[in-house]
Design a protein. Sequence first.
Length: 353
Amino acid sequence: MSLTIYDIAREAGVSIATVSRVFNNSPRVAPHTRKRVLEVARRLGYQPHVSAQSLARRQAQLVSAVVPMLTNYFFVEVLRGLQDRLAESPFDLLVYAAPTLADVDAHLERALQRGRSAGVMLFSTPLTQERVELLKRGRQPIVLVDSFHPDFDSVSIDNEQGGYLATRHLIEHGYRRIGLLMAHPDSVPARERRYGYERALREAGLTLDPSLIASSTDPHHHGYTEEGGREAMRQLLGHEPRPEAVFVVSDIMALGALQALEEAGLRVPDDVALIGFDDLRVSRYLGLSTLRQPMYEMGKLAAEKLLRRIAEPDLPVTSTVFAPRLICRRTCAAVKRNGQHEATGTASVSVQL
């Protein structure tokens, strides 16, 4: 069987995109990488031919993103930033949309098939040992988005700090019975936000009351849905005394929670205060207090990291963790004095009416 650029890439420990650039005299290859690829080609007796070069060029123009729960607004915003950055490059984007986390592996295996793309971005997926081994076997440039592993480039948000800031903010404004609306417990971001919630309660000397925590059982999108938030808020309101304030782990769930409160005849924030997580565009129009994560910027940086990794495979691994920012609007937290909203006690706060 004749040698192919896949054999050269595997032997040299680089992507096929890098091999393609070497054989097409691209300047986007580090000198030591170019030297290693050419040495492997000479040692194996490989001679590039026209059809192989053409095929490699086509493959090198494509990168993949494996995204669970594509309809989630968070992913839409991240992908918008990612696509805008790729528009400045020669690469096109292929998105693999996994309906649930259980479907991720099948899509990931397809994305990692040799010759399918020059690099892969994996979104919001727990990194089990099996998945880590799968990523490494693929020998492609990898960037993790909204997750972390020390062996791969990554872009994420400090979810625990966000949960902590939201809960501390409520505590600082006099709330003591503070509820938590969770997505599915298997969701890593939701778990991390819960850790922050619990840390803030412990610091304030408040007892963690299990009756104040409700999780969505909506089977769609790990519970990150309006119906999931509505259902979980109904669970909380079924306990007496009801919570004075609630931290919701996502804005889309907070929209459903607002609906449940309205159905129960409760006013926000007079009867129950509410704070979400994301800062979706719709949240601004509804006056939802929330933790802002820079979704668009995360997407742009993820694309930048992947492009850099494709061009220089031997660069050190980098991990970027964005800090969430507390945004105070009408649904909670700002103390009203003389008709004005005042935010106190937290450095990273914006007040938007």
